[in-house]
Design a protein around this ligand. Structure first.
Ligand code: HEM
Length: 438
């Protein structure tokens, strides 16, 4: 998949941080440990829990394989998100890389679906209620269709949830669907898409680097005279052979990831609560951590939190390479000094807005629409206000810098901080009945 030679600029550890390769390595570890787990796992509501318990307690080495699989799955969601941020903040999405950015967004969605579909398989209380809550988010359009009284005739949310679960609740049909998604459909489609992703990198002549990168790496080697630089370029000294140099670097990431995961798998066990019991809801019932921000917004408005904000986020992410077409700053972290300032300021603004709006909603009990018509709550709620204020901030940055790149950085950084804050709120500060606990 590699070109014969790799540019030394893209091999700088602080440039890619090895995150793309690490995403791939985690995916490979998941495939291998997943196939091993399939030997004993039984996808039926009667036997799923028992088979996972056997894997953890009876099968030789089963517990470590399961732990590795679980932690690699969480790790992959985090690492793929970080890889997206590195590609975004080094503007590695322009021109020929547009398609790869879109492929990447699809890979991110698939990674999340991968993790979500695996969540149900142990069939314990955590799995059952997390997936019940998570899949209810799919039916969020009902807030609108109920409001205009058309749900009995037109119910896209209910349809989406039924498609996912095979019924209106989590049961045997859901388990088989999730199993099929998790072990056949998603692995095959991810392998194909990762292949396309790598092929596109090669078609773009490797990673995105700034126009003066050749000179930069040669100067770093102590070659400073203009004539000497030209001669070194002819001898291609700003590049190295991909085999062995690049492959050794990738091998090192593989070994480091394996070592960390094995260590972690020995120390921390993957959770397995009591068997799923439909009559004993968990309180609070929380979705997996990567959906907790959405769940927090859903608690204000199902439509805004479950559909509108995720849709706007996805649309904005897909639009990035079409909005920012500036070549300057490509391959440079934050595009330079101005970008660093914009990102830092946007992170602060994004945090203040998120904390301010949610604190207000919690302290005054989310009352400002209580006596207003239901449609007002649908439009004006903490989620929509937060989304609108981030959009406004991005526009202000665009007006003051006249740079589409800066407005993209402003939107991404403020949304990122908002996402982190509401996720932390969902993980640690929401208790029984989704009450705020301090
Ligand atoms: C399963 C998930 C993914 C895997 C295995 C993966 C793997 C990789 C690898 C190995 C590279 C080259 C090294 C590097 O840049 O670190 C890369 C580059 C790239 N990735 Fe990903 N990636 C994934 C998800 C994503 C996501 C979510 C995005 C963004 C939306 C993305 C966009 C890109 C782009 C545009 C490049 C080219 C960067 C450049 O030319 O400098 N990828 N990916």
């Amino acid at each position: 998949m590699h070109s014969t030679r790799t540019h030394l600029y893209s091999l700088r550890p602080g440039f890619t941080l090895g995150l793309g390769v690490l995403s791939f390595v985690l995916f490979l570890i998941l495939l291998v440990t997943g196939v091993l787990l399939m030997v004993y796992y039984v996808p039926s509501v009667e036997h799923a829990y028992g088979s996972v318990k056997d894997i953890s307690e009876v099968v030789a080495g089963g517990r470590y394989i399961r732990n590795m699989h679980r932690w690699a799955a969480h790790g992959m969601v985090v690492v793929v998100l970080l890889h997206l941020l590195r590609v975004l903040y080094t503007s590695a999405y322009t021109r020929t890389r547009r398609v790869n950015w879109l492929v990447g967004i699809t890979l991110l969605c698939m990674t999340i679906l991968f993790s979500f579909s695996g969540y149900l398989l142990p069939w314990d209380q955590l799995a059952f209620w997390a997936v019940t809550i998570g899949s209810n988010i799919f039916a969020s359009t009902r807030e609108v269709t109920d409001l205009i009284a058309i749900t009995p005739f037109f119910d896209p949310g209910g349809f989406a949830r039924r498609l996912l679960l095979g019924g209106d609740s989590v049961g045997q049909d859901a388990l088989i669907r999730f199993y099929l998604l998790h072990t056949v459909i998603l692995p095959i489609s991810t392998i194909v898409l990762v292949g396309v992703h790598f092929w596109r990198i090669r078609k773009s002549d490797g990673l995105a680097i700034p126009s003066g990168a050749d000179d930069l790496v040669l100067r770093a080697q102590g070659i400073t005279e203009p004539l000497a630089i030209e001669q070194a370029k002819l001898r291609r000294e700003h590049t190295v052979l991909s085999w062995p140099t690049t492959l050794w670097a990738e091998g090192a990431i593989l070994l480091a990831a394996l070592a960390v995961l094995m260590f972690f798998a020995i120390l921390v066990d993957a959770p397995l609560l009591a068997p799923a019991d439909i009559s004993m809801p968990e309180n609070p019932a929380k979705s997996p951590w990567y959906f907790l921000g959405v769940q927090e917004l859903v608690s204000y408005s199902a439509f805004t939190g479950g559909i509108l904000v995720p849709f706007l986020l996805l649309l904005s992410a897909l639009a990035v390479p079409f909005v920012d077409t500036e070549e300057k700053g490509t391959g440079v972290w934050f595009g330079g000094q101005q970008g660093k300032r914009v990102v830092a300021l946007s992170a602060v603004v994004g945090s203040i807005l998120a904390i301010g709006i949610i604190a207000m909603a919690i302290s005054i009990g989310w009352q400002w629409t209580r006596n207003a018509p239901a449609v007002t709550a649908l439009i004006v709620n903490p989620g929509s206000i937060l989304a609108a204020s981030y959009g406004l901030w991005s526009w202000i940055v665009f007006r003051s810098t006249s740079s589409t790149k800066m407005s993209v950085f402003a939107l991404a950084s403020s949304c990122l901080m908002g996402g982190i804050i509401i996720t932390i709120l969902g993980i640690w500060l929401r208790g029984p009945n989704w009450e705020f606990v301090w």
